[in-house]
Design a protein around this ligand. Structure first.
Ligand SMILES: [Zn+2]
Length: 150
C-alpha cells in the first residue's frame, strides 16, 4: 500500500482521517482488495491496532460450567453454576441444598477452583469444607440436619 504512506496520519485530525479511511475503503471495495487491516493500522496506529486485535481474538465468554443433579426426593433438577473458576482457590466443599420444589435436603459436591457459585432451584443451607468433611462425614452431617428439621 503505497497510497496511504503518502499521507502522514499526524497531519490530519480524526474526522479527516476517518474520511480518508472511508475513501480508501471505498476504493478498496471497488478494486476488490482487502485493506481493512492496513487502514485500521493507519487510523489507530500500530500499538492501538495490535491491542484491538488482541481483544478481538479473545474467546467469547463461554457458558459457565454447571453441575446438575436431580433432587433425591422429587427429581427436580438442582443447578450449581460455577463462576470465576480459578485453580488457585481451594474451594472444594459440599453444599447442603434444600430443594425449592419439595424442601428435601440434598448434598452437592463442588469441585476446587470455584470463586463464586450460583445456586439454581435450591437454597444453600450450609457449606461443608472438603478439608473438614469426607464424603461420609458430609452425608452424616446431612442426615443430622435432616433429622433436626423433623
Ligand atoms: Zn425436591
Amino acid at each position: 500500500m503505497t497510497g496511504l504512506n503518502t499521507f502522514a496520519s499526524e497531519d490530519y485530525d480524526t474526522e479527516e482521517r476517518e474520511f480518508i479511511v472511508a475513501t480508501f475503503s471505498e476504493l478498496a471495495q471497488v478494486m476488490e482488495v482487502d485493506l481493512k487491516e492496513e487502514l485500521n493500522t493507519w487510523l489507530y496506529g500500530r500499538v492501538m491496532y495490535t491491542l484491538m486485535k488482541a481483544f478481538e481474538r479473545e474467546e467469547p465468554e463461554k457458558a459457565a460450567p454447571t453441575l446438575t443433579q436431580a433432587c433425591t426426593k422429587c427429581q427436580a433438577i438442582l443447578e450449581t453454576v460455577l463462576l470465576d473458576k480459578r485453580e488457585a482457590i481451594p474451594s472444594a466443599c459440599f453444599v447442603v441444598a434444600q430443594c425449592q420444589a419439595c424442601t428435601a435436603l440434598n448434598l452437592i459436591e463442588v469441585p476446587n477452583g470455584v470463586g463464586r457459585i450460583h445456586f439454581g432451584n435450591y437454597n444453600a443451607l450450609q457449606r461443608l469444607d472438603r478439608k473438614q468433611y469426607t464424603p461420609e462425614q458430609a452425608k452424616a452431617k446431612l442426615d443430622q440436619i435432616r433429622s433436626s428439621k423433623k
